[in-house]
Design a protein around this ligand. Structure first.
Ligand SMILES: C[S@@+](CC[C@H](N)C(=O)[O-])C[C@H]1O[C@@H](n2cnc3c(N)ncnc32)[C@H](O)[C@@H]1O
Length: 213
């Protein structure tokens, strides 16, 4: 399937998916990129966001919790969480091939292919926590409403997001809406760090923690 369309170098491949003109094309590009994604961004020496997110999770979550990884991709965040002792992990993503790679790692108890810009088939309050890493530039902001539905009252949402994308991609407005409705509250904004210090040093990441009511 369209492997010849994949740009030749890593930086161009990142750019190629970010610049997909619509949701359907984005999914198609991730399906094409899936087999090479971990080789391009999966280095634990470079892609620090999953590790930092997992460290933050250890301060706010307990290993018995049911955790959704939204926009799980090939499971890099799941691997980092699993390494920290979290075992009840559900992966959600709309790219079948990205999920296919995640499945081979054997770290998720469930994997669902779904479009997070819409309400999913999962039950309300089905998770104790939801994490999402590197998705704010791509997964539409409406997903935040769905995340608040999926996590039970008293649960947590933890985002690792590139600085500035929160406002640029409309998440800030939905957050204000959910805060006004008493559904979400930001409790922590972590210290900014370089998300990929070697390959994409310009991407500065922040980890946000929210309480769900
Ligand atoms: C940059 S990757 C991040 C993957 C993983 N969280 C990581 O940190 O390596 C973004 C992921 O979001 C998924 N995605 C983008 N838009 C989506 C949508 N509307 N619904 C579900 N998944 C989506 C893509 O398929 C891709 O796997």
């Amino acid at each position: 399937m369209g492997q010849e369309e994949l740009p030749d170098n890593q930086a161009d491949r990142v750019d190629w998916v970010i610049r997909a003109p619509d949701n359907q094309e984005l999914r198609r590009r991730y399906d094409i990129w899936a087999a090479q994604y971990d080789g391009d961004v999966g280095s634990v020496d470079d892609y620090l966001a999953p590790l930092e997110l997992a460290k933050t999770a250890t301060r706010h979550l307990t290993p018995d919790m049911r955790i959704i990884d939204a926009g799980a991709g090939t499971g890099l965040v799941g691997e980092a969480l699993h390494h920290e002792g979290f075992k009840h992990l559900t992966a959600l993503d709309f790219s079948e091939n990205m999920l296919g790679i995640a499945r081979t790692k054997g770290i998720y108890t469930a994997l669902h292919q779904c479009d997070l810009s819409q309400q999913t088939a999962l039950d309300a309050d089905c998770a104790d926590a939801l994490v999402s890493c590197g998705t704010t530039t791509q997964v539409p902001y409406a997903s935040l409403r769905e995340y608040a539905r999926l996590v039970r009252p008293g649960g947590k949402i933890i985002f690792a997001a590139v600085q500035g994308t929160w406002d640029e991609f409309g998440y800030a407005d939905v957050l204000t809406e959910l805060e006004s409705a008493g559904k979400l509250r930001v409790t922590e904004r972590g210290k900014p760090f370089q998300m990929m210090p070697t390959t994409e040093p310009q991407f500065i990441c922040e980890i946000w923690v929210m309480d769900v009511s």
